[in-house]
Design a protein around this ligand. Structure first.
Ligand code: SF4
Ligand code: SF4
Ligand code: F3S
Length: 266
């Protein structure tokens, strides 16, 4: 109770803000407890009350006051083409804000597939040269929490771990926490017995779809996707895409946007 709360700066680059939308729905722990009791969220241009010059002053104040001690959370990524002009924050290219805040951070959290891999805005031919955080910042420890968006309880679970042990959880070779990204969706999918038995949905509205058979033949990427959706699930553990009848599109994997996850044009 007497330990000072860890300062956090949360930046937003080229993104859709649904990582924040996911985060605020965390039930275990509640997002409000994370933000008000566990962390000191000193700058987040989406969630903070201040705006404009006041907000930017908070950013500078936090960097100055907590040099080397704050966590930098990044949602979205910097587009590097045209000197970063495709994403301007407070009158400057986002890439400048990112480098400035990263220079004095203790560690960086790359939220979601935008910050971790590039995501849909990096889809071929990547017209703005949207670039993931680890390809811009090289001298700081970075933990990737991919997913489009990541699961709320995975986000707050990682924060809880970092605050409790003052270190990152064990990471895989791509920089993702093994505790949440150590297994494929397919490994724990409840439709797996149908896969093993060779029972597949062949077309979206066939009888096998109504019977809840495996979605592999209609494009499910669960066998190659590392994420916790089939165990932690979404909306307080209620369901996940496969539970709603659609295959996994592999939204937590690098390059999913260019690897046939989406429907082809007819
Ligand atoms: Fe939105 Fe997906 Fe990017 Fe998160 S990773 S900001 S959900 S596009
Ligand atoms: Fe695997 Fe997808 Fe079939 Fe589930 S629905 S068993 S994840 S292929
Ligand atoms: Fe994404 Fe697949 Fe989970 S599409 S939300 S990783 S089931």
């Amino acid at each position: 109770e007497t330990k000072p709360r860890t300062p956090v700066i949360w930046l937003h680059g080229l993104e859709c803000t649904c990582c924040s939308e996911s985060f605020i729905r965390s039930a275990h722990p509640l997002a409000k407890d994370v933000v008000l009791s566990m962390l000191s969220l000193d700058y987040d241009d989406v969630l903070m009350a201040a705006a404009g010059h006041q907000a930017e002053a908070c950013l500078e104040e936090t960097i100055e006051k907590y040099k080397g001690n704050y966590i930098l959370a990044v949602e979205g990524n910097p587009p590097l083409d045209e000197d970063g002009m495709y994403c301007i924050v407070a009158g400057k290219p986002f890439v400048e804000q990112l480098k400035h805040a990263a220079a004095h951070a203790k560690a960086i959290i790359a939220w979601g597939s935008c910050a971790s891999w590039g995501c849909v805005q990096a889809a071929s031919p990547n017209p703005t040269r949207a670039t993931p955080v680890h390809k811009v910042i090289f001298d700081k420890p970075i933990i990737k929490i991919p997913g489009c968006p990541p699961i709320a309880e995975v986000m707050t679970g990682v924060i809880t771990y970092m605050l409790t042990f003052d270190r990152f959880p064990e990471l895989d070779r791509q920089g993702r926490p093994k505790m949440f990204y150590g297994q494929r969706i397919h490994d724990k999918c409840y439709r797996r017995p149908h896969f093993d038995a060779g029972q597949f949905v062949e077309t979206w509205d066939d009888d096998n779809a109504r019977k809840g058979y495996c979605l592999y033949k209609v494009g499910c990427k669960g066998p190659t996707t590392y994420n916790a959706c089939s165990t932690v699930r979404w909306n307080e553990g209620v369901s996940f895409p496969i539970g709603s009848g659609h295959g996994c599109i592999g939204c937590s994997e690098d390059g999913f946007w260019d690897k046939g996850s989406f429907y082809d044009r007819i």
